[in-house]
Design a protein around this ligand. Structure first.
Ligand code: ASP
Length: 358
């Protein structure tokens, strides 16, 4: 249709001619595709795919290459490469594989100084644990972004592609440097230290609760605050030479809880036990006896709260005590810090310092 006829038609149906004309302008420019960006000038991001719902398509899991190809026009924003690390549920990944992944990410940053950042896909169930482990063990200022999805690729409303695109955008963005490991889902950027899966079904499940998000990503990255605790480039935890992580178990406090579960953990090789205590760290039943047994056997006992927020102070028992305050860490994250601490030192004062600093 000739332009003047379109304008006339628009006037007749009550649409402003300027809108109609700008629509015409766009259809003219749409015929000339924007020049492809120079690939050499784009930020490069490396993806380690580990599995989880984000790749769990009915009939076979998406590979790392299929994940990269699933993001429309990604090649216009970043140059992506990847490695299939594992392709399993998050809970199936072993501690040895965690170590190996952290070593690989460190190595990748070391050999490729021009790399902008790293993305790691993960199942969401234990995603926050892997993310905090990487937060403490990848010793580089460049961002590591952990991402997953709640719906799988065979489900209506699969949000994995949008989350993955956001993860690449954040990993490529200079403003995400020196923030440690970031968890990006649902357009939100959270710190690995603070984020928790709070709902077994909702897409909005990942939350840093009272701490709030670090930023958002709606096509571009907006950062509102930075983590202040030690992480990544300032971390003292060097996994390069670690071959195994010491066993640390988490034990919940509940009414009348038996202390023999704590004894059993230590008798089965635990070097540390994290108590998810009630309120401000109270135990129940005979847990006090179990804790005394553990510390007499040389194990460390970190007290956290099962309340979901708040914290447990530490150091009040003196430098030699193997009773450590877990501060505001969630019990599963206190376990990760204690594993790394015990792989590094057996000095109680040092371990309490680490719980204050990380
Ligand atoms: N079961 C899955 C996993 O953690 C759940 C998910 O990815 O959302 O691997």
């Amino acid at each position: 249709m000739a332009p003047f006829k379109l304008v006339l038609a628009a006037l007749l149906i009550g649409i402003s001619p300027s809108i109609t004309l700008s629509a015409l302008d766009q259809s003219t420019t749409a015929q000339t595709p924007a020049p492809a960006p120079n690939a050499a000038a784009l930020p490069r991001v490396f993806l380690f795919a580990t599995g989880g719902t984000i790749s769990n398509k009915t009939g076979g899991r998406l590979t790392v290459d299929e994940l990269i190809k699933s993001v429309p026009n990604l090649e216009r924003r970043v140059t992506a490469e990847g490695e299939q690390f594992t392709n399993v549920a998050s809970g199936a990944i072993t501690m040895d594989q965690w170590l190996s992944l952290a070593q690989k990410v460190n190595d990748r940053f070391k050999v490729d100084q021009g790399l902008a950042g790293v993305v790691v896909t993960s199942g969401t169930d234990t995603l926050e644990e892997l993310a905090y482990f990487l937060h403490l063990t990848v010793r580089d200022v460049r961002p590591v972004v952990v991402v997953g999805s709640m719906r799988n690729p065979s489900t209506t409303g699969y949000e994995g592609v949008a989350n993955l695109e956001d993860a690449f955008i954040v990993a490529a963005d200079p403003s995400a440097r020196d923030m440690g490991t970031l968890v990006v889902l649902n357009d939100e950027i959270n710190s690995a230290r603070e984020v928790t899966k709070t709902d077994s079904r909702l897409l909005s499940t990942f939350s840093s609760r009272d701490y709030g998000v670090l930023g958002t990503v709606f096509d571009r990255v907006a950062i509102f605050r930075k983590p202040v605790r030690r992480h990544s480039a300032q971390s003292e935890f060097d996994v390069a030479a670690m071959t195994a992580l010491p066993r640390v178990d988490v034990i919940l406090t509940y009414q009348g809880a038996p202390g023999d579960l704590i004894k059993a953990a230590v008798d089965n090789g635990a070097k540390g036990v994290v108590i998810a205590g009630a309120g401000a760290g109270a135990t129940s039943g005979t847990q006090g006896e179990g804790i005394s047994y553990a510390t007499e056997k040389g194990a460390f006992v970190v007290t956290t709260t099962r309340a979901g927020a708040g914290g447990i102070g530490g150091g009040g028992r003196g430098g030699a005590s193997r009773r450590i305050g877990g501060d505001d860490l969630q019990p599963v994250k206190a376990r990760i810090l204690l594993m790394l601490a015990l792989a590094t030192t057996s000095d109680p004062a040092e371990i309490q310092r680490m719980f204050r600093e990380y």
